[in-house]
Design a binder for this molecule. Sequence first.
Ligand SMILES: Cc1cc2nc3c(=O)[nH]c(=O)nc-3n(C[C@H](O)[C@H](O)[C@H](O)COP(=O)(O)OP(=O)(O)OC[C@H]3O[C@@H](n4cnc5c(N)ncnc54)[C@H](O)[C@@H]3O)c2cc1C
Length: 305
Amino acid sequence: MSVHEVAAELRQVLVGEVREREPMARHTTFRIGGPADLYVTCDTIADLSETVRLCSQEDIEWTVVGKGSNLLVSDAGYRGAVITLGREFKAHSVQESDIKAGGACILAYIVQDAFSRGLGGLEFAVGIPGTVGGALAMNAGSSGVWMDSIVESVTLFIPGSGLERLRGSEIAWGYRMSGLPARGVIVETVLKLRQDDRARIRSEMEQSLDRRKTTQPLGKPCAGSVFTNPEGDSAGRLIEAAGLKGTRLGGARVSDIHANFIVNEGGATASDVVGLIRKIQMAVKDTHGIELTPEVRLVGEFLPA
Ligand SMILES: Cc1cc2nc3c(=O)[nH]c(=O)nc-3n(C[C@H](O)[C@H](O)[C@H](O)COP(=O)(O)OP(=O)(O)OC[C@H]3O[C@@H](n4cnc5c(N)ncnc54)[C@H](O)[C@@H]3O)c2cc1C
């Protein structure tokens, strides 16, 4: 079956929407990325199951994305199906001090809801864009507190075997990685919070947002920190010390505010960003002898360095 025929077949059976040649620049916070052959919104588990089954049967690659706030998608786009979770996965509910949230739930919504109910534990996540699924896959965090600290359980959809629930303590969490099965799609989580003082939560969230306002280039298209911090140091400090703040390649620029952010100044391509990433890696290696590892996930084909 051609990709077009697969799209037609999926449209027959899915509740969610199926788009062809969908520009990924519309779905990334970098505002960069060529077309995905297929862009499938799975509204239900049945949608997800059928999409993955048909893609596997027809040898079509697939990948799952959230809000694209940690992604750099190739200018050529993605030869395969980009799967995103829709309606059934956007809800959340609260029971005592636990929050149950779907994989597509916007992280900011539950941060806000937790605050309004006087539930503490999610303050660190204020200002982190994206979905709950993306935050778990990345073990997102700030100021030394990460998602793993509040995870009671994660429910995954595993192609070929169905739903599997893992306890947070069974998952091999790491710095900006979850250790969850590579092909597993995060469909739901239960986060364990605690009753807390709303004034304290508010104050911590406000301080965190103030810090972001002064230290990050908010308002410019970007994907947050480009590199993970090497042990005992900060990527931003190393990049700044290598004299790279403000360095520009095409439409991409190392932020003047935070050297570990690359911003799209308008019309940046993925090649511009990758070129800048490689330039930074070489300069930091030359000046500090340290190899920086990208935190941003690459989607699609990129020329080897
Ligand atoms: C301005 C700005 C500030 C940021 N600040 C921070 C910060 O303070 N701390 C931090 O950690 N990050 C930060 N980020 C990065 C980013 O927001 C986080 O990594 C976020 O958690 C990614 O969520 P997402 O839904 O956008 O995921 P995406 O970028 O869409 O995907 C990221 C990865 O998660 C996987 N994924 C997404 N959803 C699922 C799912 N349901 N099941 C399985 N895998 C999935 C994708 O395959 C991909 O590998 C920032 C980004 C921006 C733009």
